[in-house]
Design a protein around this ligand. Structure first.
Ligand SMILES: O=c1ccn([C@@H]2O[C@H](COP(=O)(O)OP(=O)(O)O[C@H]3O[C@H](CO)[C@@H](O)[C@H](O)[C@H]3O)[C@@H](O)[C@H]2O)c(=O)[nH]1
Ligand SMILES: [Mn+2]
Length: 752
């Protein structure tokens, strides 16, 4: 490869966005201050109209407004200094100078994570455009399932056909499933001579079908095997060589990346720390096998959609200006199964299209679980300040201290600070000794008495291990960068039904608030260790679930007051009404601007608003409760892997933009109760002003109820009009109507 001059990457500050954002911040903050003044002066004024009920209601609303304003303030840190980056992979040094990379893929449940799809991810990672001898793919199977092990061997056999095919024809889509789908849809571009390509493609396609068939057949034969429970088994480590002997493959002798299957030891008596635990096992194991200085982490459903990501990431990691403190290059999580309408707001636009650009202009985006290239060293220690000496020798460290941190494996410690692969004449060359060491490193007792998960490796404190690991690494002084090339580098499976979305959300928000209410609360712990704006970003994320408090107030108090004729907003004739209207519209318009500026539609804006309301009344609430209960020891943390199997009927509804309310009553009832309450208060309020007057005073509350109802139309429709399976069951409606009546009566009697 030609080594051309010029920087490996560029960083552009988004001046236009900065001007718009900061101007809006100023104006909006001024309006919020005026609102606070208005509310505060209400309590200090000697008004006759102040009775107990109004005071109580206004006080609660004031607290809700203060809470929401505070969360708004935190979220402005994301908007302070957004940047965008460009990389120039052509300027990288020659292949032989590129550093090796280990790829970690995690899977946990062969039922929820179809083996063929997991293997597609594995094969796409093996097919990255990188020297194959510098690529090692590790698959962690937390399910400990023979189905996955068998699938991995089959995948290796298939890769022997797939990799040379991709290389020969310069295939850009290297996830086989995605490639064949593109070809079917007629999107694929035939390269090279049409005939030769066509016939080879046919052969490879046959091999792919055969691979799928064999995996599925194995599943059928071994259905109900007890090994599927995955909670009690010894470690299994296999350097995969496939089922087909090498001699048969004479024709395909191209070097292949190493593929290693790992199922760590699991015992019911040991806490295995979910994905973070799995990643730490891979970190140790790879440390004695390949010890590559950089690691790509992938969820099992997140395939490499473009083979160039490794080289792009190296444009940042190898840049001497960034490298000394750079821990990782994060690519956005994007998804292959998002529909046009995206009713469940699954594409996570606020993070990957707005938030992370903002953090990139500070100290860098949050490590987002998958799609990132991390520097191995950053998981072991703080950045080294003087120079950029990567391979520090061990003389500066006391071996006993190192063992306290990293455990008792001498082999692992020996290679800790080494950039190189364990050499052939050491343990890595002696397979028996190596295998013995790997058994030790992957055993469940290895971490006892060490600092794994607390000071080294991926962190255990929270079920959102990605967020918390990222937070601690940023606290230690590491930085990260965010890079979004035009073609999505990775594509995953997004949740496409309400139930999965809410369950996943509950885990995320429980994990986030767990950090927010712990001693690691970013506002305190973080602000002492990183720039204040960066800690505000982390704080906003960890306190996100707290949106449930103000939102639940906004959804109930004005409504209960409306029914009782208590006015809590300025009258239509008062000029202060403009203030409230301005704040409401200003935040909506800013949100709309952000959505449109990031290339999304007005529909996306509505969906995000609606899902925010739905989440605020469901998974934010349960997530917070779960975190509190975990904190005080009433619950143990859990990580239910997200379902990645499509249900045809549900997928169809999702594609058509129809909500599917087949979820537990725990999620449905708060949502439906609030909608019914708003309905009652809207009609009650309208009837009231028609008969008793006071329209002037109650207008804002009527308008608010109407807004909630308009936003909740899908809920109303599912309650009243729909008859299909995805509707809201009658029993839930009746229960919720009862609950909203109780809420109304209780609220009214409390106020009166
Ligand atoms: O005990 C476990 C549980 C999960 N996983 C794997 O972790 C990954 C993520 O799990 P998933 O069920 O897909 O969760 P999501 O909520 O979709 O994942 C998001 O949120 C997680 C944190 O909650 C992050 O780790 C992920 O990277 C991020 O994509 C998957 O590959 C799982 O196989 C394990 O290896 N072991
Ligand atoms: Mn996932």
């Amino acid at each position: 490869m030609e080594h051309s001059s010029g920087p490996l990457n560029l960083c552009h500050v988004l001046t236009k966005s900065i001007i718009i954002n900061r101007t809006h911040m100023l104006v909006h903050a001024t309006a919020l201050s005026a609102l606070i003044y208005y509310r505060a002066s209400f309590f200090f004024s000697e008004s006759k109209s102040r009775d107990r009920a109004t005071t109580l209601a206004c006080l609660t609303m004031f607290l809700a407004e203060l809470g929401l304003s505070f969360l708004w303030l935190l979220s402005q840190a994301f908007r302070w200094r957004p940047v965008r980056r460009t990389a120039f992979p052509k300027r990288l040094p020659e292949d032989k100078e590129l550093p090796p990379i280990d790829v970690f893929v995690c899977t946990a449940d062969p039922d929820k994570e179809p083996t063929v799809d997991v293997m597609n991810t594995v094969v796409s990672a093996m097919a990255l455009d990188y020297p194959p001898e510098k690529l090692h793919v590790y698959l962690s199977d937390d399910g400990g399932s023979t189905l996955t092990l068998h699938g991995t061997r089959e995948a290796y056999d298939f890769a022997r056909w797939w990799l040379p095919f991709c290389k020969r024809y310069g295939i850009k889509t290297r996830c086989p499933k995605a490639f064949f789908k593109e070809e079917e849809d007629g999107e694929g571009i035939g390269m090279s001579s049409e005939n030769e390509f066509g016939s080879e493609k046919k052969i490879v396609k046959e091999k792919y079908e055969l691979f799928k068939e064999r995996v599925n057949e194995y599943r059928k034969r071994h259905r109900g095997d007890s090994s599927h429970t995955g909670r009690d088994h010894p470690p299994t480590i296999e350097v995969v060589r496939g089922n087909v002997p090498d001699e048969v493959m004479q024709a395909h002798r191209d070097p292949m990346p190493k593929l290693i299957y790992v199922s760590r030891e699991k015992r019911p008596s040991h806490h295995h720390h979910f994905k973070a635990g799995a990643l730490n096992v891979l970190l140790r194991l790879s440390g004695v096998m390949s010890n590559s200085p950089y690691i790509l982490v992938l969820d099992c459903d997140m395939y490499c959609n473009d083979p160039s990501s490794a080289r792009q990431a190296m444009c940042f990691h190898l840049d001497p200006r960034l490298s000394p403190s750079l821990m990782l290059v994060q690519f956005p999580q994007m998804f292959h199964n998002i529909s046009e309408n995206d009713i469940y707001d699954s594409k996570l636009r606020p993070y990957f299209w707005t938030g992370w650009y903002g953090m990139d202009g500070l100290k860098g985006p949050v490590l987002s679980g998958t799609c990132f290239y991390i520097k191995r060293e950053s998981l072991y220690r703080k950045p080294v300040q003087e120079g950029n000496s990567f391979s520090v020798d061990l003389t500066g460290f006391d071996l006993m201290d190192l063992k306290k941190l990293f455990g008792h494996s001498n082999e692992f410690i020996k290679y800790l600070w080494q950039k190189e692969k364990p050499s052939k004449n050491t343990i890595a060359g002696d397979s028996a000794a190596l295998m013995k060491e790997t058994q030790v490193l992957t055993s469940c007792g290895y971490e006892n008495g060490t600092k794994w998960g607390q000071e080294v490796g991926f962190m255990y404190n929270s079920v959102v291990e990605d967020y918390f690991t990222s937070f601690t690494l940023h606290c230690k002084g590491w930085t990260s960068v965010f890079y979004t090339p035009s073609k999505p580098q990775f594509l995953g499976t997004a949740t496409t039904n309400l139930n999965d979305m809410l369950i996943q959300g509950m885990r995320w928000y429980s994990g986030l608030s767990q950090v927010g209410i712990s001693r690691f609360c970013p506002l305190i712990y973080g602000s002492l260790r990183m720039p204040i704006l960066q800690s505000m970003c982390y704080a906003e994320l960890s306190l996100l679930p707290l949106h449930c408090l103000p939102i639940c107030c906004f959804a109930t108090i004005p409504q209960i007051c409306l029914v009782n004729g208590i006015s809590i907003y300025p009258e239509v004739s008062s000029s202060y009404i403009m203030l409230f209207a301005f704040i409401f519209l200003s935040s909506l318009c800013k949100h709309l601007y952000e959505v449109v500026a990031s290339g999304h539609s007005v529909q996306t804006f509505w969906n995000e608003q609606r899902i925010w309301m739905i989440k605020s009344t469901t998974c934010y609430v349960y997530g917070t409760i779960d975190a509190i209960m975990t904190q005080i020891g009433m619950r143990t943390a859990s990580f239910l892997p997200t379902n990645k199997v499509d249900d045809d009927e549900q997928s169809k509804r999702y594609e058509m933009g129809i909500f599917d309310f087949q979820t537990s009553i725990m999620f449905l009832s708060p949502m439906v109760t609030l909608v019914i309450l708003n309905m009652a208060s809207f009609f009650g309020g309208v009837a009231r002003v028609l008969t008793l007057g006071d329209f002037d005073k109650l207008f804002m509350q009527i308008a608010l109820s109407l807004f909630v109802l308009v936003m909740s139309y899908p809920v109303i429709e599912a309650m009243v009009l729909r008859t299909d399976k995805g509707r809201i069951p009658r029993s839930v409606t009746i229960l919720s109507a009862f609950l909203s009546l109780v809420l109304l009566l209780l609220g009214s009697s409390f106020l009166m």
